[in-house]
Design a binder for this molecule. Sequence first.
Ligand SMILES: Cc1cc2nc3c(=O)[nH]c(=O)nc-3n(C[C@H](O)[C@H](O)[C@H](O)COP(=O)(O)OP(=O)(O)OC[C@H]3O[C@@H](n4cnc5c(N)ncnc54)[C@H](O)[C@@H]3O)c2cc1C
Length: 471
Amino acid sequence: MSVLDELPVVVIGAGPVGLAAAAHLHERGLPFTVLEAGDSAGAAVRQWGHVRVFSPWRYDVDAAARRLLDVAGWIAPDPDALPTGAELAADYLQPLAELPAIKPHVRFGARVQAISRLGLDRLRTAGRESAPFLVRLADGDELLARAVIDASGTWGTPNVLGASGLPARGEQDAGAFLEHALPDVLGADRDRFAGRHTLVVGAGHSAANTLLSLAELAAAAPGTEVTWAIRSASPTRTYGGGDADALPARGALGTRLREHVDAGRIRLLTGFSVHALTPTGGRVAVVVRHADGAEESVLVDRIVAATGFRPDHSVAAELRLDLDPVLGATRALAPLIDPNEHSCGTVPPHGVDELSHPEVGYWAVGMKSYGRAPTFLMATGYEQVRSVVAALAGDWDAARDVQLELPETGVCNSDPADSVTGESCCGPAPAVAPAARGLATGVAGGPLSSPLSLVTLDAAPSGARVGCCGS
Ligand SMILES: Cc1cc2nc3c(=O)[nH]c(=O)nc-3n(C[C@H](O)[C@H](O)[C@H](O)COP(=O)(O)OP(=O)(O)OC[C@H]3O[C@@H](n4cnc5c(N)ncnc54)[C@H](O)[C@@H]3O)c2cc1C
């Protein structure tokens, strides 16, 4: 046994996937330490605790975690019930983190700031694979590790509002008007929205959730106004599959949203690409610029940015990562999850081979492993960590025997007959928008195959194209 083998595996994050990794590491008899920035298990999940997920419990509990919990006398929730984030944390993640097999190995308030190899920067090759990982925390403490499983998620790094992937003009100075995705509109954050006009930007699950809560608030609190802005020309994809959706909660969400829009309780703005934010008299003007150069603005009190999330790879900047240039996932995983082509139901089983980087012993798993793809499911992450931990234990047969039992495919626009061509956004646009059959899975815009209207530059002559097909 080498010195490296005696070191713990460091797991970053005590969310659903990080804790599942811990359960698998325990089962395999591998020493481990979980480092969690927050002060409790599921710290990110608790921040959206008021939201009910669309995957029933049967898809939300990892198998190794389940085995450990069962031995400890855990009373499993109804497998068909849909937990809120708060219930997921309180009824599953918390008891899991408190098991004697796990608890002594979890450190809360431990934010990982950087990961490297002891004594080696990214340039040095000689001796690299036998050097321990050096994990530095924000408080300056340092740990050595045999391997690092990075399950830190993407919740802390939301996407910007600006249409081009850069902050909109004035966005960085308009923080006082901006809300992170999924504010607790009917609970703790109610006062910020009651009697005020809110613009929700985004077309995914989190936008739909917030819009439904705002519509409910508007019915109770006079003067509450709700506007919804999406970049595409039609909300059809957000409305989803209704009764045809294999995850009924997801289908129902879209159906209710459509009813509010049709009834005028939610004002819908399509083809809306945020160009600038301008604070004006205690409110903020959100400016959109159309392809012909014409500008339009909406004056609101609050803006909810439900535009998705992106991974933060800066902690691993001294490691040798081979990232897909589009998604920021590994190159092997990216084509399997690309939201231009795939949705939740079409993601094939994958594990250690697809998640490996040139840096041997470092894996990003869970939500972070998908990079900017919004279609991650917990069940996928559980299979990822089962495979990675089996590989760490030297059980390559198990590591490569990857299996996924996801809800029936065909609910997330997975039917090729429904899809836009697999070509890039510069390829031929479909004559008719494809019939969507499921609300975008995950938290962001969902499948990205719908064409967007183009935007213009200030300096560009009217009508000049600067979108992806611009000259
Ligand atoms: C509103 C919402 C609804 C969702 N619904 C579903 C659903 O129905 N079904 C489904 O399968 N999936 C769903 N998802 C997607 C996904 O499964 C969840 O986001 C899940 O929580 C991802 O688990 P994770 O462990 O990868 O990341 P997270 O839950 O985000 O956990 C990451 C943890 O890492 C910690 N952390 C972050 N940075 C650091 C650092 N530098 N150092 C130390 N710790 C750090 C965070 O505090 C956090 O506790 C949903 C997501 C959202 C936001």
